[in-house]
Design a protein around this ligand. Structure first.
Ligand SMILES: [Zn+2]
Length: 138
């Protein structure tokens, strides 16, 4: 029997833009709230699908590279140049758009590749208070 366990309450603050949206093509920021669920069999030797402590550390790793970053698709990197007195760390996303859909997919893929193929990973990621993407990986 499959059981799904999860941890909620993570968040990322990032800047991005979405060239595919006339309203959102201005550089702006979001707080992304992240919940990660993992589905698998309960292991008889410990009673866990996955140890919450292990899962919490994995999620922290997965989201840390996105926090307080300017998220830019690789294909746009050579079109951007900013000089500033502030610190500017860019997170390159291997996707055509730096949308919540693709950010969520990257987080799901990160967790999945470290847990192994016996699991299915679900990521729910909110962009703002009422809009979200729900990713099932793979
Ligand atoms: Zn946005």
């Amino acid at each position: 029997m499959k059981v799904r366990v999860g941890i909620e309450g993570f968040s990322i603050d990032s800047a991005h833009y979405t060239l595919s949206s006339p309203k959102d093509n201005q550089l702006h920021g979001h707080t992304y709230r992240v919940t990660v669920e993992v589905e698998g069999e309960v292991h008889e030797e410990n009673g866990f699908v996955v140890d919450f402590n292990k899962l919490r550390e994995l999620i922290k790793e997965a989201i840390s590279s996105w926090d307080h970053k300017f998220i830019v698709p690789r294909r746009d990197m050579d079109k951007i140049s900013i000089t500033s007195p502030f610190k500017l760390e860019v997170k390159i996303i291997e996707a055509p758009y730096p949308t919540v859909e693709y950010i969520g997919m990257e987080i799901a893929k990160y967790v999945f590749t470290r847990l192994g193929s016996n699991f299915k990973v679900f990521v729910k990621i909110y962009e703002g208070s009422d809009s979200y993407a729900l990713i099932e990986y793979p």
